[in-house]
Design a protein around this ligand. Structure first.
Ligand code: NAG
Ligand code: NAG
Ligand code: NAG
Ligand code: NAG
Length: 644
């Protein structure tokens, strides 16, 4: 009996303790101990041309199939996105005198006889039609030649037409039948009126009577709106601005699978992506469309400078997605190509590739430290060990100052030399992210650094293949934030992290969810975008040591101090209930700023509900200097509290 009573008493005590701990506020004691400095690279971005995130997206070029790259001449497909205007006969031909070695094809245009008005051709862009804005100055260019000299002297109108043939603004360019070699023509024009809708083509049209019977070849046509920072061959301003808003700590490029290519021949090759546009052949990309490579290596490096961010540059590592690995004895030319790629970025002008960079307008070497060897090599782990060994051995001999990142999972296969950096990718459920925020706490502090180069809460379904989220949700964004508190706490071994994919052109979506979606005129920032932005713009310079969260709990935090000496609290609640968190500080604080992102767990920012979940900023006051305060973390929320 006694024993029984005793055990009942014990059980009751345990129960009451359990209940008390459930009801008690979470208490976080912050010590005076400053943890490690937080690397500037911690919150970054990973770019890949997937479903027109580059061509038709970030890269501002408006024409689609602008240079007839990688198409089969004399087929209807080669003419995709081009339209005849008023009976002109169009055909893509293998030009006997190509405009360049890289661009063998040109557009043959035959102006028929017996027509009236304007005759020629148009391009529909990436959206089945182009947006035309009044007061915007567009820059158009094209090459032309007459296959046989003709007495024709006249002009073409270069500009916009509605699909029904109404002119919306154009300029004229002189065309001469004596021109039998290629000549580039560049014009600008500024529509005086916006179009009512986007059913418009970019057009080049002749006076039908004057040009009747003429045949003219066109190549490498281009149309640019104003670009981010007014760069020539630049980026779409609204998308580049969204990237800049996140103040990325690094930019990883040129992509994962799109670097690898579907075949060895169609791998990404840096030297095909630099120089004049007419010298870029383009390639059949990994995601089902031709990459123009207009957004090339120099453009990526320039973007890093414009965003004041650290490049993490991928080099092709001898494996393509069709399963082919280059064998050891055949690797050297590919390693040489990687050496040349790196030299293009960092060599002095005494090196031929450094000189090339200088000739292309950037004489100073770019600040580049990190080179990623391949992508997701756990899919080809049987051959990665030898490829890793060859690449890193030769590259480190050439560039002892650089760091090389391995891309399979931790030592599977065992890699030698032992990687100093690993790129880990995690596409999981919100629950996984919430429950794995201590993933890095358990790893050895032995000098090995980690990059979460691609991650996202992709599905509520653990099998993941099913039920992919079309857009990030609030629950997903909060769970990623919970995980990110772990990345921040472990930023002594976590070099950086980036959500992936970064950009998604609505209508061409292949992979979901994406950080930023966009259409022809609008940018949609997701819940996860705001998580990334809030963490990055509140990075802090050093970590403060504090009580650790419960790894299997629902409330997570980190405390850092920023350059203004403010305490920066990142508080994440992944549960459906509000939670009070008591913070005890070694010093008194009184006031500051609170930014809260919160919403229904399945809420998403979509084209239908673009601003459903956005951060709300308020001032926050403790009514007097206090070293203890309670913060009520709302359900499914990410809070940033900066206090001084
Ligand atoms: C790029 O380099 C590769 C091999 O290094 C070469 O085969 C290819 O022709 C080069 N491309 C151009 C456009 O020069
Ligand atoms: C450091 O620890 C990691 C993870 O345990 C291990 O894979 C790696 O080989 C270690 N590196 C060194 C240099 O000991
Ligand atoms: C991805 O983009 C390509 C090229 O536009 C398109 O053919 C494909 O259908 C897209 N994928 C999906 C799933 O929409
Ligand atoms: C949080 O604290 C407030 C104010 O003390 C209290 O009213 C509320 O019940 C608490 N909520 C929870 C879930 O503990």
């Amino acid at each position: 009996m006694v024993q029984l009573t005793n055990s009942w008493t014990t059980l009751a005590a345990v129960l009451s303790l359990f209940v008390a701990s459930c009801q008690a506020d979470t208490t976080v004691t912050v010590t005076t101990t400053t943890g490690p400095a937080i690397p500037k690279t911690l919150w970054g971005q990973s770019f890949e041309d997937v479903n027109h995130s580059g061509d038709g997206g970030l890269y501002a070029e408006l024409l689609r199939n602008r240079a007839f790259q990688q198409v089969t001449p004399n087929t209807p497909e080669a003419l995709n996105f081009w339209h005849s205007i008023n009976g002109a006969e169009l055909n893509v031909i293998a030009d006997p005198v190509p405009v360049s070695k890289a661009l063998p094809n040109s557009l043959q245009v035959k102006i028929p006889t017996g027509r009236f008005g304007l005759t020629g051709f148009g391009n529909e862009g990436y959206n089945g039609g182009l947006k035309v804005e009044k007061g915007v100055t567009y820059t158009a260019s094209f090459y032309y030649r007459f296959p046989t000299a003709s007495s024709f002297r006249g002009t073409v109108a270069v500009g916009y037409q509605t699909t029904s043939g109404l002119t919306l603004g154009s300029t004229s360019a002189t065309i001469s039948g004596a021109q039998t070699t290629w000549l580039q023509v560049s014009v600008t024009f500024t529509p005086a009126q916006s179009a009512f809708n986007n059913n418009n083509y970019f057009t080049i049209v002749f006076d039908s009577t004057a040009a009747a019977g003429q045949t003219v070849h066109f190549a490498m046509l281009s149309l640019f709106p104003p670009t981010y920072r007014s760069r020539v061959n630049g980026l779409r301003p609204d998308l580049a601005t969204a990237l800049a808003e996140m103040q990325p700590g690094f930019l990883r490029f040129p992509g994962g699978r799109n670097l690898e290519g579907n075949t060895i021949d169609t791998r990404w090759q840096w030297n095909n992506t630099v120089g004049k546009l007419v010298d870029r052949p383009g390639r059949v990309g990994t995601w089902g469309y031709v990459n123009t490579d207009g957004l090339g290596l120099l453009e990526f490096l320039t973007l890093c400078e414009d965003l004041v961010t650290t490049p993490i540059m991928g080099v092709w590592a001898g494996f393509s997605l069709d399963g082919h690995s280059v064998s050891e004895q055949d690797l050297f030319p590919y390693i040489q190509q990687a050496i040349d790629q790196i030299n293009f970025a960092i060599a002095p002008t005494s090196n031929p590739f450094g000189l090339l960079r200088s000739q292309l307008g950037h004489s100073a070497p770019f600040a580049l430290t990190y080179i990623e060897i391949g992508n997701e090599e756990f899919f080809s782990s049987d051959t990665y060990a030898s490829r890793w060994r060859f690449f890193t051995t030769v590259l480190s001999q050439n560039f002892p100052q650089l760091r090389f990142i391995a891309t399979s999972y931790s030592n599977n296969p065992v890699l030698a030399p032992d990687p100093t950096h690993w790129d880990v990718h995690s596409f999981k459920t919100p629950g996984w992210f919430a429950q794995n925020s201590f993933f890095y706490d358990g790893l050895a502090r032995n000098g090995t650094m980690y990059l979460e180069g691609e991650y996202a809460a992709v599905s509520n379904d653990p099998i993941q293949r099913h039920d992919r989220l079309p857009y990030p949700t609030m629950k997903g964004a909060a769970s990623e934030a919970a995980y990110m508190t772990g990345l921040e706490r472990n930023s002594d071994i976590v070099l950086g992290s980036s959500y992936s994919p970064l950009l998604n052109r609505i209508g061409d979506t292949e992979i979901t969810p994406n950080l930023i979606s966009f259409d022809i005129s609008t940018v949609y920032r997701s819940t996860s975008f705001y998580t990334q932005m809030l963490f990055s713009t509140n990075r802090g310079v050093s970590l403060m040591t504090s009580t650790l969260p419960n790894p299997s709990g629902t409330i997570f935090w980190t405390i850092t101090r920023n350059s203004a000496s403010q305490y920066v609290f990142k508080i994440v609640n992944v549960a459906a209930d509000l939670e009070n968190v008591t913070f005890k500080l070694p010093v008194s604080v009184s006031a500051g700023t609170l930014i809260v992102l919160q919403g229904d767990p399945e809420a998403s920012n979509t084209p239908e509900t673009p601003g459903l979940v956005v951060p709300v900023t308020t001032s926050y006051s403790l009514s007097g200097a206090k070293n203890t305060f309670v913060y009520a973390a709302p359900p499914y929320s990410v809070s940033i509290l900066r206090l001084l």
